[in-house]
Design a protein around this ligand. Structure first.
Ligand code: EPZ
Length: 419
């Protein structure tokens, strides 16, 4: 397993360009299955998860040209797509479940392994399946494999999501664009990545209204065509770099951001004392020193994102007071605290709540990444810690951040990667 050796205590200063959003490009790659012909996707980050999603589509007969030097994918779908997704690949990426909607819409049948849980929770897919069933699909599950099929075409339906699930909203949205008639998704997720997916589908010829709100209306169409699309910037990568600047007393300019997507993150960073100025696609963050304590409750967008909870918790571990963190989205997303305590953080965890007593400093230690965002949180803590920190299992970090060590070192960090 690769690791980072981080020399702490260096304030981050300079400029960093934010990449395209991992959680936008993954559903958009799946959505390419809905159209015959070629789609070109720009601002694609060269990430492990993106490569696995491309491997899955290629295994099903799709031709993909990966041009990461230009941050571009060319995806060409011919008339026939295999309807069986290989377990060996699907088991490596939860987001592969997002091919279910497109293939069911296009081919009328699909066989895919049920996604397992992961470090942060059981991650059920009942809401995805509720949507497909409502649209006329018959679903059987046997020995961890899911078979779905529909006689003829999927039929539009009104679907209420018990929870505004991002993945369920995306999967049902992709299934509905080629269905007969009208579909309404109620209590839909409104994350910016949903609006980006809908923009891509509408450019292909779909008729979607309301994406980005809690009610999305889709009129099914007969045919979609390949198009060119640029992925929105990654709001969580932007938030992660801002948290790193905040904890190190840094002064950072972020380029290629959409400040409207960052509102909940910017609000809380301002609340803990960061000086922030925003322009259309640039953010300037200056840290005046130790952050003030703040309370965080993770919520669906536009609430504070669960994907930033671990990173902001690291910042709060050196705040001037007591912070309360409540994680409402996933049942097991506090694993970074066990590792942060090894660095001297003072945290009391009780179920989905954590009380953090800010300390004047953290001390470098040997820690390990347990999942993507927990790994990012440990890098953030290590950047401010006294002495050297060794972070193991950084494969988790590489899944969601392109060259995190190189890009942090370009703004003053001291990170050494050991493969
Ligand atoms: C997406 O996961 C993101 N992943 C996650 O980012 C993110 O944390 C999450 O949305 C919430 O914002 C991608 O976009 C690839 P959900 P997803 O369905 O779609 C429950 C990262 O770090 N639920 O909104 O799986 C579920 O148990 C990753 O980049 C059901 O009960 O999230 C959870 O408690 C981690 N039934 C809650 O909804 C369902 O059918 C949120 O899940 C589906 C979900």
């Amino acid at each position: 397993m690769s690791k980072f050796i981080v020399a702490g205590g260096k304030p981050l200063r300079g400029k960093v360009k934010i990449n395209g959003a991992k959680n936008s490009v993954l559903p958009i790659i799946a959505a390419c299955l809905l159209a015959d012909g070629k789609s070109i996707i720009d601002e694609v980050p060269n990430l492990e998860d993106v490569n696995v999603m491309c491997d899955i589509l290629e295994a099903m007969g799709v031709a993909i040209k990966r041009d990461y030097k230009n941050r571009r994918l060319e995806i060409e779908v011919s008339e026939k797509v295999d309807t069986y997704a290989p377990y060996s690949l699907v088991s490596r990426l939860r987001a592969s479940f997002l091919i279910l909607g497109p293939i069911l819409a296009r081919e009328g049948r699909v066989t895919i392994s049920m996604p397992g849980g992961c470090a942060i929770g059981t991650r059920p897919v009942d809401l995805h399946l509720k949507g497909f069933t409502a649209m006329g699909a018959e679903i059987q599950k046997d020995k961890g494999v899911l078979n779905a099929h529909v006689t003829g075409k999927l039929a539009g339906s009104v679907i209420y999501l018990d929870f505004p699930s991002v993945g369920a909203t995306e999967n049902i949205l992709m299934a509905s664009v080629l269905a007969d008639g009208k579909t309404v998704i109620e209590n839909a997720a409104s994350e910016p990545e949903i609006a980006d997916l809908a923009a891509f589908l509408n450019a292909m010829g779909a008729h979607i209204n309301g994406a980005g709100t809690d009610t999305i209306t889709i009129e099914g169409v007969k045919y979609l065509k390949g198009v060119r699309h640029t992925i929105i910037p990654d709001r969580i990568e932007a938030g992660t770099f801002m948290a790193a600047a905040a904890i190190t007393g840094g002064d950072l300019v972020l380029e290629n951001v959409v400040s409207g997507h960052l509102k909940p993150i910017l609000a809380k960073l301002k609340e803990c004392g960061m000086e922030i100025s925003e322009e259309l696609s640039t953010i300037h963050l200056k840290s005046p020193g130790r952050p003030e304590p703040i309370d965080i409750k993770t919520l669906p967008f536009p609430g504070f994102p669960t994907d930033m909870q671990a990173q902001i918790s690291s910042v709060m571990s050196i705040s001037t007071g007591t912070s309360i963190i409540i994680e409402t989205i996933f049942e097991n997303r506090f694993m970074h605290f066990g590792e942060l305590k090894r660095m001297g953080a003072e945290v009391k965890v009780d179920g989905r709540s954590a009380v953090i007593e800010g300390k004047s400093k953290l001390t470098g230690a040997q820690v390990k990444a347990t999942d993507l965002r927990a790994g990012a949180a440990l890098v953030i803590a290590a950047l401010a810690a006294e002495g050297s920190t060794e972070i193991d299992n950084i494969e988790h970090i590489d899944r969601g951040y392109v060259d995190m060590d190189k890009r942090l070192n370009s703004i003053g960090a001291g990170i050494h990667r050991v493969d």
